[in-house]
Design a protein around this ligand. Structure first.
Ligand code: ADP
Ligand code: MG
Length: 620
């Protein structure tokens, strides 16, 4: 419990005790009135102030207002017990809710734990602890065992085991050594390492993720918007109905010379007001979404807003990118064809790919394995979906697929092997090609099967790779719809086409690794980036970020969103049924204020508890 909550608890206890004492020693008259005002003010002052502020801001119709007129009305009718009790239970409900929100915030806060607060730099042989903001790109920083990695970088000395659970939800520690990339937010478990930073603190993974999570609650879901609109219309209606209830029948009685019974009708109207408070809805729905986002992030699934949680639950069509999504994107060079000098071919390919981040590039550079002299290459152009053109010692070097060769009008040899073909040419001369193969991720097939079981109607594979590879992978993971040899804008066209023809309620998700598919991620109903750790483009373009490479996380994310939505609907229906029921009872005089209070607080507590279930759905 925090300070504010403790203060509230004290107020609740104090006024409850006073209420009991004053009931034991009934004091009549003015003194009694003043004495009773004490517990009322202790418990209700902030509600009264809130109501007053609401009136001054010309937006009077909120819960504070309902509670204030109901209790002031009760006091006027000399029902002090009721007035104090209404405030008391209302505040108990509020306390309960703030506690629940705190709890779900905490599960997000574990994630917040990734925020690094210092970096160790070495200067003239001395260690200095500095603010990570001050560390420039390319600096060398030291990370001791037990410390958090403050900034993304590459290990240049030492090896260790990293705990990445806060980043990915993956609890198995990761072994790393020289030349491996380390991401900020991971915790160094065993050895001392030195890294050369590759990014600024702001641009590092930990900062990016924190930004994203902190902004998540800004994007409201339709249900949340519905509730705030609902409350805006509902509360005035209730207030005017209560006014009508309090006056119409007494007026009729007066006109027909019957007993007026004004206080009886005012009492009923006040009961009606207490019952009608929409707290349960107003509170439990945002809380449910919040809990859903919290539960997801503790499993390495970042959802950028509750609206996306809602969309995710309605996903019926999924388009998957191949490289990096279905497959590991870790290519191995399997074959080299049509080349007189294999070493020369690999060398040129590696030089061409030197600046590229594409998984293909990484594997070729690894295969080459020697130092690359950057001064020999210039004017590097990466053509998405095709390959690379650059200037190598004054000659045009091209490294890429059939499309690239066609574009440059170079005669190339067709290749019959299954695999991604990377041709290499220098000026007009064709030098040969490499055949490289990717590996399908272990979980891909299982994930596709589960998605189908969950009612995803259509699964598509979109890839820039060639027909043979596409068909081979699709067959292995059982995807029926495939589109291949696509340029990034062609991927976009296909997404657009499907978006146009699909029924509106069925949502289309695009899942990609962010390389060459940011536009498709952006335009689909919901863009999901896979294994996005470290890939800025993907983190920015996507609506949902799966932190590691596991496609089963997608299944989890959809499941979690469905559960969250189910709980939201349960709460809406439950609250509305109980409210409408007790409103009728109140209006016809079958419910007194006590029942009203219990209905109100009871519904709220049950709804909040129901919402909190989401947090405990965590790991299965
Ligand atoms: P996917 O859609 O499977 O993720 P991409 O759109 O990233 O694939 O790339 C499509 C194709 O473009 C690759 O299969 C490859 O033939 C070619 N390509 C893209 N980038 C490069 C590169 N840096 N070097 C060589 N070929 C490339
Ligand atoms: Mg890709």
């Amino acid at each position: 419990m925090n300070k504010k909550q403790k203060r509230m608890l004290i107020r609740i206890i104090l006024s409850a005790v006073l209420l009991i004492i004053f009931n034991m020693f009934q004091v009549e008259g003015l003194l009694g009135f003043i004495l009773n005002l004490i517990p009322y003010c202790i418990i209700g002052c902030d509600v009264l102030i809130g109501a007053f502020k609401g009136i001054m801001n010309r937006q009077p119709f909120d819960e504070n207002f309902l509670m204030a007129i109901a209790t002031v009305g009760a006091i006027v009718l000399k029902d002090f017990n009721e007035a104090i009790a209404v405030m008391l239970f209302y505040q108990i409900g509020e306390l309960f809710q703030s506690y629940a929100i705190g709890k779900s915030r905490k599960s997000i806060a574990t994630l917040m734990d990734i925020r690094p607060d210092y970096a160790n730099v070495e200067e003239n042989g001395n260690f200095l602890t500095v603010d990570p903001y001050e560390v420039e790109v390319g600096s060398i920083i030291t990370i001791l065992p037990g410390e958090k990695v403050p900034i993304d970088g590459i290990i240049i000395e030492g090896q260790t085991v990293l705990d990445v659970v806060a980043l990915t939800g993956e609890s198995v520690p990761k072994e790393v050594g020289i030349n491996d990339e380390v991401l900020s937010g991971s915790v160094n478990i065993s050895g001392l390492i030195k890294i050369q930073t590759t990014k600024e603190f702001d641009e590092s993974t930990a900062s990016k993720i924190l930004d994203l999570v902190e902004n998540a609650s800004n994007l409201k879901s339709k249900s949340e918007n519905f509730i705030s609109k609902f409350a805006r219309v509902y509360t005035p209606i209730v207030v005017y109905s209560a006014l009508a209830l309090a006056t119409i029948i007494p007026i009729i009685n007066y006109l027909t010379n019957n007993p007026v019974e004004l206080s009886k009708w005012i009492y009923r109207a006040l009961t009606f007001l207490v019952i009608s408070c929409p707290c349960a809805l107003v509170i439990s729905i945002p809380l449910s979404f919040f809990a859903g986002i919290g539960a997801a992030s503790s499993q390495g699934i970042l959802i950028k807003g509750s609206n996306y949680l809602e969309t995710l639950a309605n996903v019926k069509l999924i388009m998957l990118d191949k490289t990096g999504t279905l497959t590991k994107g870790v290519f191995v060079v399997n074959d080299i064809h049509h080349s007189e000098d294999e070493n020369y071919l690999i060398k040129l390919a590696a030089y061409g790919e030197y600046y590229s981040n594409h998984p293909i590039a990484k594997c070729i550079i690894k295969k080459y394995g020697k130092e690359i002299d950057e001064t020999k290459i210039s004017d590097v152009k990466e053509i998405a979906g095709k390959g690379i053109i650059c200037n190598y010692k004054g000659n045009q070097l091209a490294v890429g697929n059939d499309k690239l060769m066609n574009q440059l009008k170079i005669n190339y040899e067709k290749c019959e092997s299954i695999g991604t073909i990377v041709h290499v040419s220098l000026e007009d001369q064709y030098l040969g090609h490499l055949v490289i193969n990717d590996v399908i991720k272990e979980n891909t097939e299982e994930a596709i099967e589960k998605l189908k079981e969950m009612g995803v109607k259509d699964i598509y594979m979109l890839t820039g790779d060639n027909e043979k590879v596409a068909k081979d992978v699709a067959e292995k993971v059982k995807i029926e719809n495939i589109h291949y040899q696509l340029l990034p804008n062609e991927k976009l066209e296909i997404v657009k086409k499907i978006l146009d023809v699909k029924p509106k309620g069925q949502k289309l998700a695009f899942v990609g690794d962010g390389i060459n598919d940011a536009p498709a991620l952006t335009i689909s109903d919901i863009g999901i980036a896979m294994g996005a750790l470290g890939s800025d483009a993907a983190i920015e373009a996507a609506d949902v970020v799966l932190m590691d490479d596991d496609l089963l996380k997608l299944v989890k994310a959809i499941k979690l969103s469905k559960k969250t939505l189910r709980i939201v609907y349960q709460n809406i229906i439950f609250a509305i049924v109980v409210k409408v029921g007790s409103l009728f009872l109140g209006a016809f005089g079958f419910a007194d204020m006590w029942l009203a209070i219990f209905a109100d607080v009871g519904v709220m507590v049950i709804a909040v508890l129901n919402a909190m279930r989401i947090l405990f759905l965590k790991k299965e």
